[in-house]
Write a new protein. Structure first.
Length: 382
């Protein structure tokens, strides 16, 4: 069996970045993935993701977001790829909404550029948005959009350049821990590898794989949908319109301006049906609400003419509190785990990859990951 310093199980968003940082730091690194990343079987496809820094989910995320921003910039420079589009991002909701207030608070604490706009101000600035009077918008001019597949390809390119080995279509089915702290990792293809350490970042498959290591985490894969609409490019093109997130009383929507004429992209963040990640997801439009929810949102807040072009599906892997899991295994400190990114993780992938590398190499990270510890679920159950 071939031996490695580290085997990264799951070479998606977080795993591919971790593989690069591990190889860059001189570790003999193998990345194994069930598919061939970037691919459409997880949570990193769909062309674009929002990156924002004044974080409504909680100020504990802001240092991670700022570190991720710096690392994305570094990745773009190293690979000469345009990974980020500075469209700005506007978070919209009732002025008393906790998410909106968290955005304002975190911007103040970390001295982040933020414009707080009334509904009237917003319509003057972007004629395509119509809001109730009690709504406000928090506009971050320095934030914007990441090109997800291109980001993945860039980290894959650098990982290989630094000496990492990548084996695709190699699903891991067994992780055996040895008395000498070595790991034996076996794939569905019948190959086995030994390793001193491992990074486990397999998205929706994390729960089942971790059960082999006597770790039962509350992870729930759900089916999600998003779609593109033909719209007036004079109102909604990338040069005229920001990425957006709407916190409503009964739902959460997000979206992107039309990039190169592709159309306005919209998705619903909350809700979704629990699924088995090994089973085929029903295509967009096969579940009631797929199209209806998105079109209804546009009818209400962006009521200029819009025609559905097409939709896609993806998966979120949810934790009960919708916060991430970034930690080492409670009993095997040579296994670092990244899971449960709950639909808002991709923007952090660069910083999470670096943190996972540091957990393996140094046993700690420079960023505070205590909010993402595994033992919080034990505390909640007591």
């Amino acid at each position: 069996m071939q031996n490695y310093d580290v085997v990264v199980i799951g070479a998606g968003s977080m795993g591919m970045a971790a593989g690069y940082f591990l190889a860059k730091n001189g570790k003999k690194t193998l990345l194994l993935d069930s598919f061939n990343p970037p691919h459409d079987h997880g949570s990193h496809h769909g062309e674009t993701r929002i990156i924002r820094y004044a974080y409504g989910e909680g100020e504990q995320y802001v240092p991670f977001a700022l570190r991720a921003r710096d690392l994305w910039q570094d990745l773009a420079q190293k690979t000469n790829k345009e990974l980020f589009l500075q469209t700005g991002v506007i978070n919209v909701g009732d002025r008393d909404d906790r998410f909106i207030q968290n955005v304002i608070t975190s911007a103040g604490k970390f001295d982040l550029p933020l414009e707080v706009l009334s509904s009237g101000d917003i319509h003057k600035k972007w004629e395509g948005i119509y809001l109730p009077e009690n709504f406000i918008g928090c506009y971050e001019p320095t934030s914007g959009i990441l090109k997800v597949e291109l980001c993945m390809e860039a980290y894959r390119e650098l990982a290989v350049k630094e000496g990492a080995e990548i084996r695709t279509n190699s699903k891991v089915i067994q992780i055996d821990t040895q008395s000498d702290h070595q790991l034996i990792i076996t794939t569905e293809n019948g190959e086995s590898f030994t390793s001193n350490s491992a990074v486990l970042s397999v998205g929706a498959w994390a729960g089942e794989l971790l059960k082999q290591l006597d770790l039962n985490l509350p992870l729930t894969p759900i089916r999600k949908t998003f779609a593109w609409y033909d719209v007036d490019e004079g109102l909604y093109s990338r040069s005229k319109f920001p990425a957006f997130a709407f916190e409503l009383s009964d739902s959460i929507f997000y979206g992107f301006p039309s990039i190169d004429g592709a159309g306005l992209k919209v998705g619903r963040h909350d809700g979704g049906e629990m699924i088995n990640p090994d089973e085929d997801k029903l295509p967009f439009g096969e579940v009631l609400g797929d199209e209806e929810d998105l079109t209804s949102f546009l009818d209400r807040f962006m009521p200029h003419e819009h025609t559905l072009k097409f939709g896609k599906t993806c998966m979120y892997t949810m934790t009960p509190d919708e916060d991430f899991i970034i930690d080492t295994h409670p009993n095997f400190k040579n296994i670092a785990i990244a899971a449960g990114f709950s639909g808002h993780g991709f923007k952090f992938a660069s910083a999470v990859g670096e943190a996972l590398s540091n957990l393996i190499i140094k046993g700690k990270t420079d960023l505070d990951i205590t909010p993402f510890a595994i033992n919080r679920f034990n505390r909640e159950s007591k």
